[in-house]
Design a binder for this molecule. Structure first.
Ligand SMILES: Nc1ncnc2c1ncn2[C@@H]1O[C@H](COP(=O)(O)OP(=O)(O)O)[C@@H](O)[C@H]1O
Ligand SMILES: [Mg+2]
Length: 228
């Protein structure tokens, strides 16, 4: 049922990586439909590299005209729907936001990236106004260093907090395993420890992120009930 979208007008911030981690971790226990709404179809390409988990199906013909139908159909069919959007502010992205139960805005820890994230947040705010419902959303810091916390990152943290914007406590760290998943296909769990180091840390990182997203979905559901 719940629809989780990954959006940001900037390419290369980690949307596809985060969306694939979300889908593969959820798929350990439930069926997941991934709507690969990026015209480059990066998640479809990942799924064709190796055995894609049986619980994951990929919809790869989504476009501006049909995305709402595709999301609705998927939500009726699977317990989880993950939508990976392209890195532009298109109508497809706006539709995906409007149909989501949780919007994740991945961003890297620089001021410039934070500005792009702000654009995504204003798109979400406008969609909330238009649809007259709150759309749960949160910023996800990606590609951060697990040991060093640069000042710019702390500043971004504070700025977001002061604007009342939710930030995932979990950051997706810069990890070789997250890249390797796209080189070899499969999941973090099927990576070969002889070829990739620190897979266990990457798995723990991905699972923390997914648990937090589930909590946000639950909060969002409670909010909907209060509004109704
Ligand atoms: N947490 C991460 N650790 C290591 N590499 C990452 C991470 N997130 C993204 N990358 C790499 O950065 C590049 C862009 O990531 P991607 O997820 O495709 O971004 P987007 O979908 O926003 O364009 C890819 O090469 C990907 O492997
Ligand atoms: Mg992408």
């Amino acid at each position: 049922m719940p629809v989780i979208s990954f959006i940001s007008p900037k390419g290369g911030v980690g949307k596809t990586t985060a969306a694939t981690l979300m889908a593969t971790q959820l798929a350990r226990k439930a069926k997941v439909i991934v709507i690969d709404a990026d015209p480059n179809r990066p998640i479809l390409a990942w799924s064709q590299l190796a055995d894609c988990p049986a619980n994951i199906s990929i919809v790869s013909d989504a476009n501006q005209e049909n995305i709402l139908d595709k999301i609705e159909e998927a939500a009726a069919e699977a317990p989880f729907v993950v939508v990976d959007c392209e890195g532009t502010a298109s109508l497809t992205v706006a539709y995906a936001i409007g149909a989501s139960d949780l919007v994740v805005v991945p961003t890297q820890g620089s001021q410039l990236d934070a500005k792009q994230a702000a654009k995504a947040l204003s798109l979400i705010k406008n969609t909330e106004r238009q649809s007259r419902r709150p759309i749960p959303h949160a910023v996800l810091l990606t590609r951060t260093n697990p040991v060093i916390k640069p000042r710019t990152l702390s500043a971004i943290h504070e700025q977001l907090h002061s604007h009342g914007i939710k930030l995932f406590n979990t950051q997706l760290h810069e990890r070789e395993s997250f890249k390797a998943m796209f080189s070899f296909g499969g999941t973090l769990e099927t990576l070969d420890p002889k070829q990739v180091a620190n897979i266990d840390k990457a798995i723990a990182n991905a699972r923390d992120f997914v648990s937090e997203a589930i909590e946000l979905l639950k909060e969002g559901q409670n909010l909907q009930q209060e509004v109704a």
